[in-house]
Design a protein around this ligand. Structure first.
Ligand SMILES: O=P(O)(O)OC[C@H]1O[C@](O)(CO)[C@@H](O)[C@@H]1O
Ligand SMILES: O=C[C@H](O)[C@H](O)COP(=O)(O)O
Length: 950
């Protein structure tokens, strides 16, 4: 007789420790049921990993599952695993029926990531139970300290449970007791226990593997030949002895009055299931863990190779209750060797969870890869060309992130990923795209209202995170007919405010006042100014109807918006910091007002959210990969993140630079974003660059690509990102957010605060309150003065510059200042003038001259805008910046209703506050104040810079 089938008559059911789609579909499982009387199937993460990861068998099912909509890798896996479990359960249903619910089960394991999370295990087990919808399903729960209460709870609600990762007899007793308590609860609640089945999967071979390893060490150390023999005799014996004694416990646990009461109600005993019964050592008979554990009311789940071996040469006898004293002696002798079985079994649980988690990582990685392949161009592609050294560092870090579950911890808001301070309070952005999708109807209603009002323009008044996201949207997307044209104003420069006032038709403009805190000076003064203008145009009583506010709940702006009867107030999420807020009302309210298709934008975005999700291992996770590359490049001195955005998405860098700089630039560390520099030949760059090239699919520029290839060849790290279209911009917002958070972890900083911006704000406030009291800003003395310009700096900078050759004229000071620039530095031009096309060009010309001459990274920024963006890194980041602040007389100032200070005064105070913080931090800073005509002054400065560089 077939030895496998013969086990049946010894009271043992054989289950198969294997599952794969084709195996069930092609009828192989059915064959084993018929020929070998196989009565069940067990699966685990390693089994699924093998099935899904190492074949293309699942490519089509994954593609089919994605047809009904994108899914996260975890959801995708669950979807296909459930299909597999269901089909195996259906094939085994006749066994289940024939054995009246004793056999015929298929086991599905809860995620190993939840092994130490009771609540999570319960929730997942209940969800799987409901989704699989088969009476012959068993949910596998590990016998960890946190798994035990879950087992009791699940049994108590009528769910059949297979307890896995069980190694110790003592833990087995606890498991059986949890089962009994669960049954009692279920019965007390009026349930019929006959429908509940449970097995306790007692692991065998893994114990021998560990015991043998330690025995081998002892054998190697032993000098006495008799001692060597005694140790050798224990090899391959411990696991079976341990299992046999567990069975003795079983016999006691499922007997007696307590058990009788339950059997009277129809309860089934929780059988011991021998798991891990494939031999791992070639020294042993391949059927050993079946032959030695045959006994009544047990199950043995065997891998296919063991099943084949047993069918071929297995020997059947009632072995389980044989030689119990000998088994006890084995364990006693083993204890005498000084090796602790308790330690082995405890470590095996921890190790078992880790092994299954490792398998799950591989599995999710494989699913993520298949998902990405199947989605193709729907998710922006990313390639990293890092060079050998950085590549190796990133690979090592990727493995470290995987092993320490950092991406899952990041998503679970574990502040220890960063500095262990308040990071957990700032992670609302992780889920904001999904949260905002749920609000689409409201956005659409708002968009309809905006359209119905007939507004021709919509102007966002805000700074930093409250304005840069809307600006990218405004610049990237074409005007949608019927909706207002979207503009952004983020300045206190009187000329810039006046230009905006002239650009729009005030009476037909919607103003979106955006400030998370509500207390930021610029949006408040801009609001006062335009509220005054709208009041003049349409009447004070109707002005509020032209305004909406986006602000966090309870802010001072909310109060004012209510008093002034704004048309709407949108609340931001206080758990999202400004620079991470674009995929929240701060980006989406302006987008809705402009008539953009938010549904499309968010739908594409959530695909990237899934690609960067907690279930996507670091190696397959584009956000993590980019972040690790940026972070490690930074640590290695390549800290100038040079962003190259193509024509269609040219403004993306303006948003990304705030995110990167304000998040990472602090505590003397950080990344310095370089946006808008023209791409050059390798000779104009130092070895401090990390390039990120972004473009939309189809945007080709041969000259640009050649230059990029040359940089890569010269050893610069180059990341290339291709967006499928501008509609996929949201994907990049999210990719960069994750990447920045990851880079922050690598740098060891808190990426969610901005300590040094606050200092500049305090200085500015001191200066403006002095103005409010006295009517003028405190006097200051230039280090050198000419009819065209004055130069300012602090004593320390002045002394150093003088030593370096600065004397009576402006050119000598500039020369001395630029002489201080050394490789690895960056030069930032910080201009407090109107940010218009001409001035952008002028600044661009200056920076390119500096870059090409000094071969350092350059920034061309406008104040006060950059104060809420890169300003944090300039002050708090690495001390590698050389700053030239440019201020100028305002040709025409502008009064602010309800303020004594004008726009010009506030801007001047901001520039001075900014400069004071730079010099307080001993940064290399010089300020040039242009007098008279601005255009003439800028031209002269341009010339002076060129001269100073030569
Ligand atoms: O939205 P708020 O509170 O006005 O802040 C604007 C910007 O100011 C900062 O707080 C600091 O500059 C930024 O982080 C933020 O995006
Ligand atoms: O339920 C079955 C177990 O997961 C399996 O038997 C473990 O076997 P292994 O130790 O060979 O991985």
């Amino acid at each position: 007789m077939n030895p496998v089938k013969a086990l049946e008559s010894h009271g043992q059911a054989v289950w198969l420790d294997f599952l794969a789609r084709g195996f069930v579909a092609k009828g192989d499982l059915k064959k084993l049921i018929d020929t070998d009387a196989v009565k069940g199937v067990t699966s685990n993460p390693a089994i699924f990993e093998k099935a899904i990861g190492s074949s293309d068998e699942y490519d089509a099912p994954i593609a089919a599952a994605l047809k009904s909509g994108d899914k996260s890798p975890a959801d995708l896996f669950e979807h296909i695993a459930i299909e597999d479990i269901q089909s195996a359960a259906d094939v085994l249903k006749p066994v289940f029926d024939a054995t009246r619910g004793r056999d015929g089960f298929v086991s599905l394991e809860v995620s190993p990531y939840l092994a130490n999370d009771t609540k999570g295990t319960i929730a997942e087990a209940e969800r799987l139970w409901k989704s699989v919808k088969r009476p012959n399903l068993m949910i596998k729960v590990p016998a960890t300290p946190e798994g035990l209460p879950a087992i009791e709870h699940l049994i108590g609600t009528g769910i059949s449970v297979n307890i896995t990762l069980l190694f110790a007899q003592m833990v087995y007793v606890e498991v059986a007791e949890a089962y009994l308590r669960g049954l009692e609860k279920f019965v007390a609640g009026g349930g019929d226990p006959a429908g509940i089945a449970s097995v306790a999967s007692f692991f065998v071979s893994r114990i021998d593997t560990q015991a043998d390893k330690q025995l081998d060490d002892k054998i190697a150390q032993a000098n006495d030949p008799a001692e060597k023999e005694r140790l050798k005799a224990l090899k391959g014996k411990v696991a079976i002895a341990n299992a046999k004694l567990a069975y003795q416990e079983y016999l006691k646990l499922f007997a007696g009055p307590r058990w009788d009461k339950l059997t009277a109600k129809g309860a089934q005993p929780q059988r011991l299931l021998w798991a891990s019964t494939g031999v791992k050592s070639k020294d042993y008979r391949d059927t050993m863990y079946v032959e030695e554990l045959i006994g009544k009311d047990t199950v043995n789940t065997v891998p296919p190779a063991t099943l084949d071996a047993f069918r071929d040469h297995g020997e059947v006898r009632d072995s389980l209750e044989e030689n119990i004293d000998a088994a006890k002696k084995v364990l006693a002798d083993f204890a005498k060797t000084g090796i602790s079985l308790d330690e082995i079994t405890s470590e095996l649980v921890i190790d078992g969870v880790k092994l299954f988690a490792d398998a799950a990582d591989k599995l999710y990685g494989a699913v993520a890869h298949k998902r990405a392949t199947s989605l193709g161009k729907a998710v922006g592609a990313q390639t990293l060309a890092l060079g050998d050294v950085l590549k190796k560092t990133v690979e090592k870090s990727t493995e470290e992130w995987r092993g320490s579950a950092k991406i899952r911890r990041l998503w679970h808001k574990d502040a220890s990923v960063w500095t262990g301070s308040d990071e957990a309070s700032w992670l609302g952005w992780l889920n904001s795209a999904f949260a905002e999708k749920a609000k689409l109807a409201d956005y659409s209603e708002f968009a309809t209202w905006v359209k119905d009002q007939g507004f021709t323009d919509a102007v966002v008044l805000g700074m930093g995170g409250s304005s840069l996201g809307p600006e990218v949207l405004a610049v990237t997307f074409p005007h949608v007919s019927g909706f207002p044209k979207l503009h952004v104003l983020d300045s206190t420069d009187p000329a810039q405010v006046a230009t905006m006032a002239k650009t729009v038709t005030i009476a037909k403009t919607l103003f979106i006042v955006s400030s998370k805190s509500g207390g930021t000076t610029e949006p408040n003064v801009m609001k006062n100014y335009f509220f005054g203008e709208v009041s003049k145009a349409v009447g004070a009583d109707k002005a509020g109807a032209h305004f909406v506010a986006v602000t966090d709940p309870g802010s001072s702006l909310e109060k004012v918006a209510k008093e002034q009867k704004f048309a709407r107030i949108f609340h931001g999420d206080p758990a999202i910091g400004g620079r991470y807020s674009v995929l929240s009302p701060f980006g989406l309210v302006p987008a809705a007002a402009a008539g953009l298709d938010l549904s499309k934008l968010l739908e594409h975005t959530v695909s990237m959210v899934r690609s960067c999700g907690p279930d996507v291992p670091p190696s397959e996770n584009p956000g993590v990969q980019l972040g690790l590359a940026m972070g490690h490049a930074g640590v290695d001195g390549r800290d100038k993140v040079t962003i190259l955005s193509s024509k269609k998405i040219a403004d993306f860098g303006a948003w990304a630079e705030q995110l990167i700089a304000e998040s990472t630039g602090k505590d003397g560390k950080g990344l310095i974003p370089i946006d808008g520099e023209e791409l050059g030949a390798p000779s104009v760059y130092g070895d401090d660059r990390f390039f990120i090239d972004l473009r939309t699919d189809g945007e080709t520029d041969k000259a640009h690509d050649d230059k990029l290839a040359a940089l890569e060849k010269a050893g610069h790290p180059v990341t290339r990102i291709t967006l499928p279209s501008i509609d996929h911009l949201g994907q990049e917002f999210f990719r960069f957010e994750i990447a920045t958070a990851v880079a922050g972890a690598v740098l060891g900083i808190n990426p969610f605060n901005q300590p040094d911006v606050e200092d500049a704000k305090i200085k500015t406030r001191e200066l403006t309150s002095a103005f409010e009291k006295t009517g003028s800003l405190p006097p200051e003395t230039p280090v050198v003065s000419s009819p065209e310009a004055d130069l300012y700096t602090d004593d320390s900078n002045a002394d150093l510059l003088k030593k370096a050759g600065a004397d009576g004229d402006l050119a000598s000071w500039l020369k001395a200042h630029f002489r201080r620039v050394t490789p690895g530095d960056y030069v930032a031009l910080l201009a407090y003038v109107e940010r218009d096309a001409a001035h952008i060009d002028t600044l661009q010309g200056m920076r390119m001259a500096v870059r090409d001459k000094k071969k350092v990274a350059t920034c061309a920024e406008f104040g006060p805008r950059f104060l809420h963006s890169t300003g944090q890194a300039y002050k708090g980041g690495p001390d590698s910046g050389v700053f030239l602040q440019i201020t100028a007389d305002d040709a025409k100032d502008l009064a602010i209703p309800d303020y004594r200070a004008s726009f010009g005064v506030i801007k001047a105070a901001q520039a001075r506050g900014d400069f004071e913080v730079l010099t307080d931090r001993s940064r290399r800073a010089l300020r040039v104040h242009l007098k008279g005509d601005l255009e003439a002054g800028l031209k002269a400065l341009d010339k002076a810079i060129t001269a100073a560089l030569n």
